[in-house]
Design a protein around this ligand. Sequence first.
Ligand code: ME8
Length: 656
Amino acid sequence: MSEANKGKFYITTPIYYPSDRLHIGHTYCTVATDTMARYKRMQGYDVMFLTGTDEHGQKIEDKAREAGKTPQQFVDDIVTGPRGVLDLWKLMNISNDRFIRTTDDYHVAAIQKIFKKMYENGDIYKGKYTGKYCKPCESFWTESQLVDGKCPDCGREVQDAEEEAYFFRLSKYADKIQDLLENTDFLEPRSRVHEMVNNFIKPGLEDLCVSRTSFTWGVPVDFDPGHVVYVWIDALFNYTTALGLYNDKYNDYDKFWPADVHFVGKEIVRFHSIIWPSMLMSMGMPLPKKVFGHGWLLLDGGKMSKSKGNVVDPYILAEMFGVDALRFFLLRTFPFGSDGNFSNELLIQTINTDLANDLGNIVSRTVAMAQKYFGGTLPAEQVADDALDANLIEMVSGLRDRYEAQMEKYAFQNALSEVFNVISRANKYIDENAPWVLARDEANKPRLARVLYNLLETIRICGALLLPFMPATSAEIMKRIGADRYDWDSLNQYGLLPAAATVTDGPNLFPRVDMDKALAELEEAEAAARKAALPALEIEPYAEEQVDFDTFCKSDLRAVKVKDCQPVKKSNKLLKFTLDDGTGTDRQILSGIAMYYKPEDLIGKTLVAITNLPPRKMMGQESCGMLLSAVHTEQGEEKLNLIMVSDAIPAGAKLC
Ligand code: ME8
């Protein structure tokens, strides 16, 4: 049952850049947005929750080329392919109402119109972009993109260059933006306002380069072929094209714009709180009501990144611990506006303390007692005891409003603390009332029934308020206690469950996790995933330096037959070969291949050796030549195969 419509609520996540697979940091923001969207729906709002993918730009173009795919194939694989972005949001139970891809035709056409409109109103003008150019790569770079002053792609020298480009008159809006940031609550948390004003606005806002000609994977500027629209214009306007601005695909713009809140990570606050409102002002469009800049999930004190190789895979965590436990952990453990240090230990601790001990316990104890003492249905005859009940009832009755006050501030952690304070209080209430003692005397049954009723009411309200955070768990809890109302009004009315409430048993909601065992399993799963992500097969790059024919011909390559092969004492690597090289005198070669072959398997084989290398001593033994082998890498592991030739080739035959 849902309450009367309270109006609209439009909430967005950043649209993700599908240059790599998403990690737990990306999941954090989407789970937070989903939680807020579900909460607003529960309050009775008509919610629009948008997420999507930001698919243009040079980085995608480059990555696609490296992967041997077209940019479209490359992003399709990450967005719609197995274990891609869409699969992840489905797994995480994300309830977005719409999903935009910036490569969608309707969006591309709308961006062209938006760009043209800002050009026509004089806010976009043509100028010259100065930067650095790498001739061999045909790439433009800014000073800050260079690595040690050289091309970040090939490491070669770059030269000064100019490129024709369009610019947006960001400088024109500096005062208005400063006023917006300082004198309204447009941007939160407040600390981010000072950062924006002091670091970006006060030093002087420069006009922004909003088109490029050095790559093609973007929205073409339709009135000037060769230019593509800067990826951030393309990306930011998604929030409006996905509602139907300048397109016929959707028609909710009038209903939902302006957005009520954009949730964004702290590093993109600048784009959302300076560039975005300036462009909207230029377009004469209303500004979003709020931008909330959340913190980062850190790993070992630093940002997770693919290049550091320390990304945490949300699939592995959700599959191992459950989607709801993971969703809950993210919002229970870290204050939304600040950074937080992610660790698997912290995740397991949170599951064990809050979910297994506190929440799981109150539900299983209460349901078990209602079944044991009353066969699952409480008697209607009940006896209250104010002295014992008042404190719990008061806490439960005011819970919805305390929770709401925190949720309205996007303080997910505090909202959950409110719920878990009540759950702890209820667990204590069980001990204070000792139902097992009351159960011993038939005369105390009405009192016992009331104690269990109070617990069920507590579980009903807490269970429903957990819905935005843990949708599946909340539904299961409500089912077990026979409750089905989630409407906002029902959540600050104590006593809505019928006195003769009926409960249903079920398996443990959150079994305790064995820390050591789980950590070991996680490590194994992560190692397997890392291995699976490695290229299946890699070969050494080809040598760039050429060798002249005569030099090559100096290498004396011969077929040799293995007469004997033994491990070398005290070495795990070396095998000692006794070889027939056709000369009548045995040749001894030592080769570091013990981890790839058993010596006895090689006896009798015909191999290839370079025989005119100067003799070398290894582990005190002489080696006269080298056996040829082929090496490659498979799933990150080096593989080696000795070159074996037909046994029909006689010992000593020269290979040329
Ligand atoms: O920025 N902890 O996309 P993106 C918390 N396409 N949040 C994190 C995080 C972490 N460790 N790592 C990433 C883009 N994020 C643009 C957005 S919107 C018009 C365009 C967050 O895929 C990050 O802060 O690089 C950002 O808000 C979001 O994931 C998407 O990052």
